[in-house]
Design a protein around this ligand. Structure first.
Ligand code: IMP
Length: 208
């Protein structure tokens, strides 16, 4: 497959998730790209109606490129737990959604991590705790062209949560080969081997 190259210049990071935007900015630093987030441009957040990570990443990338007239990079990612048949998967962010009766709107990552642990514990103490994070990056151009890249990192779910760095489910994910959770590892370590870094390496090899 021939890939289209991305010239240095402005690129919209098609996300309203501050943790993702921070990580993508760091990953883009060496490539002469001037990133601006969808939030900074007040672009609306499209509903993630796709049934796969790639469909949702493409939805977000196309919405931002159409709203801005600039190339846009979207990240759709999630946690897939073997013993839960791959859940929460594309619903990873939804598992953190508070119900209206719980008061303040927004996402509660501790609740979400507890939900994963609760479902795992239903399978007994010897349950397989292996899981992976997946990251699907979609890069879209204003003329409708788009390319998709996928990365993964394998690990084990730990309980209780450990560490305060990172975002989302980082405190319960220990990548294979490490003693610390993603939220305890120095961010430069996470950026060297995360699912996002893996997808990014593929994007860089193809696009820059
Ligand atoms: P979405 O891609 O916006 O649907 O959200 C995916 C969700 O997966 C995020 O909101 C995070 O909770 C979780 N997630 C994705 N990447 C990471 C990561 O690097 N660390 C921890 N959680 C992550």
């Amino acid at each position: 497959m021939t890939h289209r190259t991305l010239e240095p210049g402005k690129l919209v990071i098609a996300s309203h998730n501050a943790g993702k935007v921070r990580e993508i900015r760091i990953l883009l630093e060496p490539y002469g790209i001037d990133p601006i987030s969808a939030g900074d441009l007040d672009l609306p957040e499209p509903e993630e109606t796709g049934s796969t990570f790639a469909e949702n990443a493409l939805l977000k990338a196309h919405a931002s490129t159409q709203g801005s007239g600039l190339p846009a990079l979207a990240d759709d990612s999630g946690l897939c737990v073997a013993a839960l048949g791959g859940a929460p998967g594309v619903y990873t962010a939804d598992w953190a959604e508070r119900q209206p009766y719980e008061g303040e709107a927004g996402r509660d990552w501790y609740m979400a991590m507890g939900k994963v642990e609760g479902k795992l514990s239903e399978h007994g103490p010897d349950v397989d705790r292996s899981a992976y994070f997946i990251c699907t990056l979609a890069l879209a151009w204003p003329d409708g062209h788009a390319e998709v890249f996928e990365g993964r990192v394998q690990g084990t779910l730990i309980w209780p949560p450990r560490g305060t760095l990172g975002f989302g489910y980082d405190p319960v994910f220990r990548p294979n080969g490490y003693d610390q959770s993603f939220a305890e590892l120095d961010p430069s370590n996470k950026h060297a081997m995360s699912h996002r870094a893996d997808a990014f390496k593929k994007l860089v090899a193809a696009i820059f």
